[in-house]
Write a protein that binds this ligand. Structure first.
Ligand code: ATP
Ligand code: MG
Length: 421
């Protein structure tokens, strides 16, 4: 009897030594959450892999050596997966393995240009070594199908992995999203505009294991309600990679109007950004985020020169992470297409940062003159008023998670950290 399952191999987790169990548990959590939408699956922990098995599976529920689109989507949203193979679990007796392998070869090796048996053992007590298995099974397949064996880049790799309780057979390995499991990298706060780059920046930080929340600066009534809806759609897409995500919507029109009335037009973009930094930093501190994330890329637009970036980041005491800093615009677009945010990002929307800004904004801002302009209005009062009027949206359900050290993860304190208003 066969059972179909999917074996999941880890990305980079080998680097983490003693923390491996903790990282594996986070990946298991992601997989359990994501596969729930794809059907009644359970996730089992193996020695160097995780295995996703259909609850009632005896074959029919997963197509042989394929995964459903729902399952594929679940895996591509679980960072920490290096690759995965749909597989067949069979009893370990060599006779059973042989007949299964021959049957698989009839379907997948016959007619191919080359093949290889990739045998391995998690259980070193098994009477046959990996080499014994490869030679024995390879010879039988060759004798029947006359397909040449090839060690390097064969057309078909037939995997035979011996586990303590069964053998796992596979013919296909699919690349996963890579990275580290969400929940292992600390919390960060993304400045999410409606553009192409910031959703990509958020995705990249989640891929490095960070828990992500987002903040959007909303210039209603100067901008249309569609601009905000677009950001909510993008936030919902990003939230699919983790158990839950908060999106703070900060009313920004009053701040912008005040700056417009007191500052030279060419400085407005830098000044808007400094106000965004200050407000985002307050929200980050409340929510336990250790850094801010932006979609900025060096030289891409006038506001993104080194001079301006440094004057902008001066307004926050937190590290500003810019995963797209060295990206070409096209790199960002490619990634946005790949993760599925591009179509939403290119819907027409007005960027609050272009409000009231003349055609040639400052490209080489300096700190002292910028601070001098800011002394003309009450920065703290503007920041406090904006934070107080901030609205919080929540996607998904925050998990209750215990650190190995015993301290509670920040996600569990979500409700206490809600900004007033
Ligand atoms: P994006 O494509 O993310 O909008 P961009 O290349 O268009 O980026 P800018 O519009 O100059 O560049 O914005 C730079 C960064 O500032 C954005 O990536 C985002 O992180 C942040 N940002 C800009 N506008 C907003 C906003 N209204 N709300 C939140 N963050 C914003
Ligand atoms: Mg933009």
């Amino acid at each position: 009897m066969t059972t179909n399952a999917v074996v999941i191999r880890f990305a980079e987790l080998f680097l983490k030594g003693g923390r491996k169990a903790w990282f594996t548990a986070r990946l298991k959590e992601s997989l359990e959450r994501n596969t729930r939408r794809a059907g009644p699956f359970r996730v089992r922990e193996g020695y160097d892999h995780l295995m996703v098995i259909h609850q009632h599976a005896t074959g029919a529920h997963l197509p042989d050596f394929e995964v459903t689109p729902e399952l594929e989507a679940a895996f591509q949203r679980a960072f920490g997966i290096q690759n995965y193979s749909p597989c067949r679990l069979v009893p370990r007796e060599i006779g059973v393995i042989e007949s299964e392998v021959m049957q698989i070869a009839d379907e997948h090796v016959a007619g191919a240009s080359s093949f290889r048996i990739a045998a391995s053992r998690a259980d070193k007590e098994y009477p046959l070594t990996s080499m014994d298995l490869s030679v024995r099974l390879g010879a039988q397949v060759f004798l029947k199908h006359h397909v040449p064996g090839k060690m390097k880049d064969p057309a078909v790799t037939l995997g035979v992995h011996i586990l303590p309780n069964h053998a796992m057979l596979s013919v296909r390995t699919v690349k996963g999203p890579g990275g580290l499991p969400v929940g292992t990298g600390g919390r960060v706060l993304l400045l999410l505009s409606g553009g192409i780059d910031s959703p990509v920046a958020g995705w990249q930080m989640m891929r490095r294991g960070c828990d992500l929340d987002a903040v959007h600066f909303d210039a209603t009534p100067y901008t249309k309600v569609q601009a905000r809806e677009k950001v909510e759609t993008l936030a919902r897409m990003l939230a699919e990679y983790q158990a839950s995500m908060r999106l703070w919507i900060v009313p920004f029109a009053a701040v912008q109007a005040e700056l417009r009335d007191h500052a030279p037009g060419r400085m407005l973009v830098v000044l808007y950004r400094r106000m965004m930094m200050r407000i985002a930093t307050k929200l980050a501190v409340r929510s336990g985020a250790q850094a801010l994330v932006t979609g900025e890329s060096l030289g891409q637009v006038a506001s993104q020169t080194l001079e301006n970036l440094s004057v902008i980041e001066d307004a926050s005491g937190l590290p500003i992470l810019r995963p797209l800093l060295a990206f070409d615009k096209l790199d960002g677009i490619l990634l946005a297409k790949q993760i599925g945010t591009y179509k939403t990002s290119i819907l027409p929307y007005e960027d609050c940062c272009s409000l009231f800004v003349p055609p040639h904004p400052e490209t080489a801002a300096r700190l002292d003159p910028t601070r001098e302009i800011e002394s003309r209005f009450d920065v703290d009062a503007l920041v406090d008023a904006a934070v107080a009027a901030t609205e919080e949206l929540q996607y998904g359900v925050p998990p209750v998670r215990k650190d190995p050290g015993g301290t509670l993860d920040t996600a569990t304190t979500a409700t206490e950290d809600t900004p007033a208003g």
